[in-house]
Design a protein. Structure first.
Length: 216
């Protein structure tokens, strides 16, 4: 459902503004929406009305925005008129005409140690039909995780049950493992090495796939 656009007959004070800010983590995730306001509207109502926000079935958290699902180390936060809201407690907060909601991407806070402050950069690049799907994520270093474990927990990627190969990217089916090329700090990682490769702090991973395969 698309957000209700403002019309000439709709007074300026009868709308709610929604801004999506992907920041440096999801740079392509930047959109502005405007919805008609009605009395008794809540934050959750406005998010659903936008048509861009998917809430969990329990209405207690944001699952995705504009079809982007973040990896587990990041999440969405919400500000109402520049004041950050507590989720899920304030999703049912009443909003008023001309209020402004901002959804932004943030890293999940991790209790500190020197190691936990290290980060991993993951870039997903598609060629040909997938050329417009190029995103870079910065996530906390998982310390002892193998590459297969890291990818298995990374939202846009789905691995086979044995963790030996990537079977989908952005929900697009990968039928031939050779369509995917993974590099770790510039060095190609073969399918056989996924479960054996350790991830060092501040590593840079790049995942490329050569063409779009048929959807499952």
């Amino acid at each position: 459902m698309k957000a209700a656009a403002k019309t000439k007959d709709t007074a300026a004070e009868d709308v709610v503004h929604l801004i999506v800010d992907g920041g440096s983590y999801v740079s392509s995730l930047n959109h502005d929406y405007q919805m008609s306001w009605h009395s008794g509207m809540t934050v959750a109502d406005a998010l659903k009305t936008s048509g861009a926000v998917k809430l969990h079935e329990n209405q207690d958290t944001i699952v995705s925005v504009s079809d982007v699902s973040l990896d587990p180390s990041m999440g969405f936060s919400i500000k109402l008129n520049n004041k950050e809201l507590e989720i899920p407690q304030q999703l049912n907060k009443t909003i008023y005409a001309n209020d402004k909601l901002v959804i932004f991407v943030e890293k999940v806070k991790v209790e500190s140690s020197k190691e936990s402050k290290s980060e991993i950069t993951i870039s997903i690049k598609g060629n040909n039909e997938n050329a417009n799907k190029v995103l870079t994520f910065v996530i906390p270093w998982p310390q002892t995780a193998k590459l297969s474990v890291l990818l298995d927990q990374f939202g846009p990627i789905k691995l086979s049950t044995d963790g030996s190969k990537i079977i989908s990217i952005w929900d697009e089916k990968i039928s031939d493992p050779s369509d995917v090329r993974i590099t770790n700090n510039g060095k190609v990682v073969s399918t056989e090495q996924l479960k054996a490769t350790d991830i060092a702090p501040n590593s840079k991973l790049t995942i490329e796939w050569s063409h779009m395969t048929e959807k499952p």
